[in-house]
Design a protein around this ligand. Structure first.
Ligand SMILES: CC(=O)N[C@H]1[C@@H](OP(=O)(O)OP(=O)(O)OC[C@H]2O[C@@H](n3ccc(=O)[nH]c3=O)[C@H](O)[C@@H]2O)O[C@H](CO)[C@@H](O)[C@@H]1O
Ligand SMILES: C=C(OP(=O)(O)O)C(=O)O
Length: 416
């Protein structure tokens, strides 16, 4: 099992370029099966989740070439409708291949998806919506056997603005007969990126980024070239890393607009944050202030994917901070690891109360999920002594070489 060793106490200073967004690249790679042709996609991050999605595409018959940061997918020879179970179980977002495959094939078989353990992650909204579009889905022995002769556009009201369900509907409805309208759709920037990608291949989608998305089904799609948007959560993590070490950082290749809720909280804890259209500069204070209330919400609210990292900051802030995790039921496993490093945190259901301490101390800790792992790196950067983080495979799902990035701005961190 791989480990990261972090020697604390070094201020981060310098410039970092942000990689492409995991949560954009995964549904966009799934969308490459739609056109039955060539897809050239740039700004692809090196992530284990991307490796899994590429394996899924190859398993269904796509030809996939990877050259540096570009992936070229030729989906013209799709010849298998069964998605290998071991791949689907490796990550949650593999479920979006369902909508894309149903658009291309009259039948597809997938298992229930896996992913980080951050609480129950049902797919009822995905299945209900796909059924409303006309898919017949049987659930048997952990598999979903899905059939669709011709999907038909319809009006779909989501009970919750689920990111994955919104994407699955967009993918399935792209070539459906007639118009589909999604109400209470997710508004994340990655949804807009998926809309842009599908439209570039000839789809007719409008409204992404708002709560109502309209998809006019089309008969034919063509080849496409696209560049993935920067990862707002990676950007937020780097800003938090600079903040916790009392450092100063300039991020390039970033969309500040996508990070407004995180920037707002970083300012609330005393950081100076300046930005242009595609860069953000953060200057940390000599002591971070506590934040009275952080509540995770669907975009544009504070992202659940930044909750763990902001918690690390709060452990060494001046005062008491309160976090409420509204999206996932069990996303506080990192808190127990932070406590091993000297943090003062009380968890009560969805609420975490963090009393800032003057210092953390290095310890042996375990990354139980992706962002929890990132939070432990941040804590390690400021802790006295050495922190050893085990089980880093989760971190590799979402960060493209995080240790090299942090090293380049002054962190002392190595992989064992
Ligand atoms: C690959 C990707 O884009 N992952 C992101 C996506 O995950 P994902 O798409 O899985 O997240 P959703 O927006 O679907 O989930 C949000 C909430 O809705 C619930 N739910 C969802 C679907 C469903 O059918 N039924 C249901 O009850 C979930 O259990 C959760 O409580 O959005 C999450 C919330 O911003 C982020 O943390 C993930 O990083
Ligand atoms: C929870 C996350 O991802 P996924 O939905 O892919 O598990 C995340 O990116 O923090």
């Amino acid at each position: 099992m791989r480990k990261l060793v972090v020697h604390g106490g070094y201020k981060l200073q310098g410039e970092l370029k942000v990689s492409g967004a995991k949560n954009s690249v995964l549904p966009i790679l799934a969308a490459t099966v739609l056109n039955g042709g060539l897809n050239v996609i740039g700004n692809i991050p090196k992530l284990s989740d991307v490796d899994v999605m590429v394996k899924i595409l190859r398993a269904v018959g796509c030809e996939v070439k990877r050259e540096n940061g570009t992936v070229i997918v030729d989906s013209s020879k799709l010849n298998n409708h069964r998605i290998p179970e071991e791949l689907v179980r490796e990550m949650r977002s593999s479920i979006v291949v369902l909508g894309a495959m149903l658009s291309r094939c009259s039948e597809t078989i997938v298992s229930y998806p896996g992913g980080c353990e951050i609480g129950p992650r049902p797919i009822d909204l995905h299945l209900k919506s796909l059924r409303e579009l006309g898919a017949i889905i049987e659930e048997k022995h952990g598999f979903l056997i899905c059939k669709a002769q011709k999907l038909k556009g319809c009006e779909i009201q989501l009970d919750f603005p689920s990111v994955g369900a919104t994407e699955n509907i967009m993918l399935a409805a792209t070539c459906a007969e007639g118009v589909t309208v999604i109400r209470n759709a997710a508004r994340e920037p990655e949804i807009k990126d998926l809309e842009d990608f599908i439209n570039k291949m000839g789809g007719k989608i409008s409204g992404a980024g708002s709560a109502t998305i309209k998809i006019q089904g089309v008969k034919n799609l063509h080849e496409v070239e696209h560049t993935i948007i920067p990862d707002r959560i990676v950007a937020g993590t780097y800003l938090a890393a600079a903040a916790i070490t009392k450092g100063e950082i300039l991020l390039k290749n970033v969309v500040p607009e996508h990070l407004q809720s995180a920037i707002y909280k970083l300012k609330e804890c005393g950081c100076r944050v300046l930005y242009t259209n595609d860069s953000i500069k953060l200057v940390a204070p000599s002591r971070l202030h506590a934040i009275e209330s952080i509540k995770t919400m669907p975009y544009p609210g504070f992202p659940t994917d930044m909750q763990s990292q902001i918690m690390s900051l709060m452990t060494v802030s001046d005062g008491i901070s309160i976090i409420t995790e509204n999206i996932f039921e069990n996303r506080y496993k990192h808190a127990y690891e932070l406590i091993r490093m000297g943090a003062n945190i009380k968890i009560d259901g969805r609420v975490a109360i963090i009393k800032g301490v003057p210092k953390l101390t290095g310890a042996n800790v375990t990354a139980n999920d992706l962002r929890g792992g990132a939070a432990l790196i941040l804590a390690g950067l400021v802790a006295e002594g050495t922190t050893i983080i085990e089980n880093t495979k989760h971190i590799e799902r979402g960060y493209d070489n995080i240790e090299e990035a942090l090293k380049s701005v002054g962190a002392k961190i190595q992989r064992l």
